[in-house]
Design a protein around this ligand. Structure first.
Ligand code: P6P
Length: 336
C-alpha cells in the first residue's frame, strides 16, 4: 500500500515498475487522461464565471440535451487523448459513433470509452458531476477502419483500467488497473493529484440506499418489495436504511464505494433497460466496485460478464456492498 500523500505521478511509475512487461505506454496514457481531468476541473470550478453553463441546441446519441460543459469536456478529453499517440479508437457518450484517430496523428494500442461529463443535469445548480472512463487493449490483427463501432463493443471483464473523476467540493480521481482501487485528490495550487484514499475497500454491507424514488410508480414488483424492506427492519441491518440520491452517478457511486450500501438504477415499466449506459457508465463503475470488494449486476448477471450489442446501449445497474447486492438479487429471483 502506498502512503497517503503519494503523488499520482509517483504511484503510476511505481505501479508500472511492478509490471515487468510494462512499456510505460499506459503511464503516458494516464498522464494525458489526467491532463484532461485538470482542464475540465478548472472549467467546472469556473462554470458560473465563464460562458460554459446552459444548454447547446444539440442532442447526444442517447437523446440527452447537450450542455455546453458536456461538449467542452468531450472536446478536451478527445483532444488530449488523440494527441497522446496511444489511442486506437475512442467512444464517447457525446459522439454517435466511434472516434477515429486523424491520419496526421500517431495511433496506439488503447481503446478508451468515456462519459466526459456525467450528471450534466446537475451542472447549472452546482451539484457534483463527474467523468467516467474505461481502457481496453485493442485486439490483435484488427482493421481499425472496418466497423470501428463494433471494435468498441468489448466484454466488461476485458477492461485493463477504469476510473472516474468527481468534480465536487474537491476533485477526486478514483482509479483501478486491476490491482485494487486508489483515489487521489487534486491540489489545484500545485496542479497535481495526491493519494488520499489508498486501497479502498467497500464495506461488506452498508446502511445507505440510492435510487430515484420518483420512479416508484413504474418499479417492478421486486424493486418495490426490496426498497420497502430497506425502509423497515426486516433487512440485513435489522433497522431502516438511510436514503441518499444525488442524481450524478459518479457522486452516488463514490459515496457507495466509501460508505457501503447499494445504488440502483433498475429497469422499470417505463424503461425496461433502465437509463445508464453499459459501456461507459456500468462497465467502469462495475470494475471499480468489484476491485474494492463489492458487486455489480444488471439485477440478474454480473455486469463484467456482459458484452454490449451497441455503443450507447442502456443497462439496469445494481452496485455496491456485496451483501446488499445479494439481498436485492434474492428479491428479483423470488419475483421471477
Ligand atoms: P435520474 C445523469 O444524467 C445520469 O446519467 C447519471 O449520472 C445518474 O445516475 C442518472 O442519470 C440520474 O438519472 O433519472 O435519476 O435523474
Amino acid at each position: 500500500m502506498y502512503p497517503i500523500g503519494t503523488p499520482l505521478s509517483h504511484f503510476v511509475i511505481q505501479e508500472q515498475q511492478r509490471n515487468p512487461g510494462a512499456t510505460g505506454e499506459f503511464s503516458r496514457l494516464l498522464h494525458h487522461m489526467v491532463l484532461g481531468a485538470k482542464v475540465v476541473a478548472n472549467a467546472v470550478g469556473h462554470a458560473g464565471l465563464v460562458d460554459v453553463l446552459g444548454e447547446t441546441d444539440g442532442e447526444n446519441a442517447s437523446g440527452d440535451v447537450q450542455k455546453k460543459l458536456d461538449v467542452y469536456a468531450h472536446d478536451r478529453f478527445v483532444d488530449h487523448l488523440l494527441h497522446s499517440g496511444l489511442i486506437a479508437l475512442m467512444g464517447s457518450e457525446e459522439e454517435d459513433h466511434a472516434i477515429l484517430v486523424p491520419p496526421d496523428l500517431e495511433k496506439g494500442r488503447y481503446l478508451v470509452t468515456m462519459d466526459p461529463l456525467d450528471g450534466s443535469s446537475n451542472i447549472d445548480c452546482n451539484v457534483s458531476v463527474g467523468t467516467i472512463f474505461s481502457v481496453f487493449d485493442v485486439p490483435d490483427n484488427v482493421d481499425l477502419s472496418d466497423n470501428p463501432d463494433q471494435l468498441l463493443l468489448r466484454k466488461g471483464s476485458d477492461q485493463i483500467a477504469a476510473g472516474y473523476v468527481l468534480y465536487g467540493p474537491s476533485t477526486i480521481l478514483c482509479l483501478t488497473t486491476g490491482n485494487g482501487v486508489n483515489a487521489f485528490t487534486l491540489d489545484s495550487q500545485v496542479g497535481e493529484f495526491f493519494l488520499t484514499h489508498p486501497d479502498i475497500r467497500i464495506p461488506e454491507r452498508g446502511r445507505i440506499y440510492a435510487i430515484n424514488e420518483g420512479n416508484t410508480s413504474a418499479w417492478e414488483r421486486w424493486t418495490a418489495d426490496y426498497i420497502a424492506s430497506l425502509k423497515g427492519t426486516d433487512n440485513g441491518c435489522g433497522m431502516p436504511y438511510t436514503h441518499r440520491y444525488v442524481g450524478s452517478l459518479v457522486a452516488d457511486a463514490h459515496r457507495t464505494l466509501l460508505y457501503g450500501g447499494i445504488f440502483l438504477y433498475p429497469g422499470d415499466r417505463n424503461n425496461p433497460r433502465g437509463k445508464l449506459r453499459t459501456l461507459y457508465e456500468a462497465f467502469p463503475m462495475a470494475f471499480l466496485t468489484e476491485q474494492a470488494g463489492g458487486a455489480a449486476t444488471d439485477g440478474h448477471q454480473r455486469i463484467l460478464d456482459l458484452t454490449p450489442t451497441e455503443l450507447h446501449e442502456r443497462i439496469p445497474l445494481v452496485l455496491g456492498s456485496r451483501l446488499d447486492v445479494e439481498d436485492a438479487a434474492r428479491f428479483l429471483m423470488e419475483a421471477v
